[in-house]
Write a protein that binds this ligand. Structure first.
Ligand SMILES: Nc1ncnc2c1ncn2[C@@H]1O[C@H](COP(=O)(O)OP(=O)(O)OP(=O)(O)O)[C@@H](O)[C@H]1O
Length: 407
């Protein structure tokens, strides 16, 4: 018996020694052959998910990472890696190299192992992969249910972990490094007419939940909102609250800095799905009155006497209907203006701007919300004077909040 153990130990030693001197390709070849041979005698089957497949990120690897990371804090495992980076909202857990864990799906145990190694050759880089092992009889369950389930769960986790980012356009492109927005404005802290707030929240939630509906009726999953009202009434604050509520990125576009319709199209095509495109002060950034002349000419803007912007009204309309309609999904367009009457009615019709939201000077109800938020008071003996004064003295929420408006 002793000699048998000694023989097996020597084989293991020889194998390890030979392995460490073999080139990586040969090593992989031998181990895959060996596994093929041993699999004849086992009832277990293993799937391998490498991080990159033909230099493209393997979505299954990413999904497994997120999915397993979510259950790691709740199971007993000797070592886990924990991270928190600026670009994600929550703690991120992941498996340590050469460790394993069991996940149970529809009462079937699924064994996951995580590995990493360095590639051989000139450009050494880390290769990471997961191995999923299960009983052969569950192969159908794994491919038809378990893996699609992991992909779906990973999408939800990604969505939950996302932080809202602000993208701005410069030199006809979105800047490569968006800024992470930690704007504290939410629908709870925004002082706004209660009914209007409720109506808008319902509209946003309905929009978010109607992807299938839009698909069924053949409409593109997009929605446009026009926010109008005097300076300092909360248009930018409302956009931040919408982005925080939906967890959508904001793409801020200043139309007057866009050099042509083509650039406008390209900017839109490079926006991510589930994002808000904001065109602030739409009436200032583009003059739209020459539509009445019937001649569609590029509208030229002199920018600091150096360059011209040439966005046309038809380019803009095309952008709203056509292009916005064919590039991706879950897009929200928000245009703001201090002067709604200066905007061409063609831009305002339903389908382009589905909801027009009027943000007004401070009402007594908004004032009370601000007083509660800033001073933590819900009543005061001056309140009834303020209630009488507010309709006469036009004051913006920004002024009440101590931040003077532009007027
Ligand atoms: N409705 C509101 N509720 C709470 N705070 C508000 C509200 N409106 C304005 N404020 C406060 O005033 C500041 C300026 O408001 P905001 O920039 O949102 O106004 P605006 O309508 O976008 O102004 P402008 O037309 O000049 O761009 C905000 O940072 C916020 O602190």
């Amino acid at each position: 018996m002793n000699s048998l153990w000694a023989f097996l130990a020597s084989i293991a030693l020889i194998r390890t020694t030979i392995y460490s001197y073999l080139p990586e390709r040969l090593r992989l070849y031998i181990s895959s052959r060996f596994e093929e041979w041993t699999s004849r005698f086992t009832s277990e089957e293993t799937m391998v998910f490498k991080d990159y497949q033909s230099s493209k990120m393997n979505q299954l690897f990413q999904a497994a990472n997120l999915y397993l990371g979510e259950s790691l804090p709740t199971i007993s495992i000797p070592r886990v890696t924990v991270e928190k980076t600026e670009s994600v909202r929550n703690l991120t857990f992941s498996m340590e190299k050469n460790t394993e864990m069991i996940d149970v799906f529809e009462s079937v145990p699924m064994k996951w192992r995580y590995f990493s190694d360095y590639s051989q050759g000139m450009h050494k880089h880390e290769i990471r992969w997961y191995e999923l092992s299960f009983h052969k009889q569950y192969k159908g369950l794994v491919t038809k249910s378990y893996l699609p389930y992991i992909l779906e769960r990973a999408d939800k986790i990604k969505e939950r972990n996302r932080v809202v980012q602000l993208h701005t356009a410069a030199h006809d492109f979105w800047t490569p490094k968006p800024v992470i927005i930690q704007h504290p404005m939410t629908f709870e802290t925004l002082a706004m007419n209660g009914n209007l707030k409720k109506e808008l929240l319902e509209d946003l939630d309905r929009f978010m939940n109607s992807k299938e509906y839009y698909q069924r009726i053949g409409k593109v999953w997009k929605r446009g909102y026009l926010l109008y009202g005097p300076p300092g009434t909360g248009k930018s604050s409302l956009i931040a609250a919408m982005a925080n509520h939906l967890n959508f990125d904001i793409y801020n576009l200043n139309l007057s800095s866009v050099s042509s319709d083509l650039v406008l199209q390209n900017l839109l095509l490079s926006m991510a799905n589930r994002s808000i495109l904001v065109i602030e002060d739409i009436d200032c950034s583009i003059k739209l009155q020459n539509r009445e002349s019937g001649i569609e000419q590029p509208i030229k803007y002199h920018q600091q006497n150096k360059s011209f912007s040439q966005v046309t009204l038809s380019g803009l309309l095309n952008f709203f209907d056509g292009i916005l309609s064919c590039c991706g999904e879950g897009k929200i367009l928000v245009a703001t203006t201090n002067y709604k009457d200066r905007i061409d009615p063609a831009l305002l019709r339903a389908g382009r701007m589905d909801m027009h939201i009027h943000l007004t000077h401070c009402t007594f109800s908004a004032f009370k919300q601000l007083a509660l938020k800033y001073l933590e008071i819900s009543d005061h003996n001056l309140f009834h004077h303020i209630e009488k004064l507010l309709p006469e003295v036009k004051v913006s929420p920004a002024e009440v909040a101590g931040e003077p408006g532009e007027d």
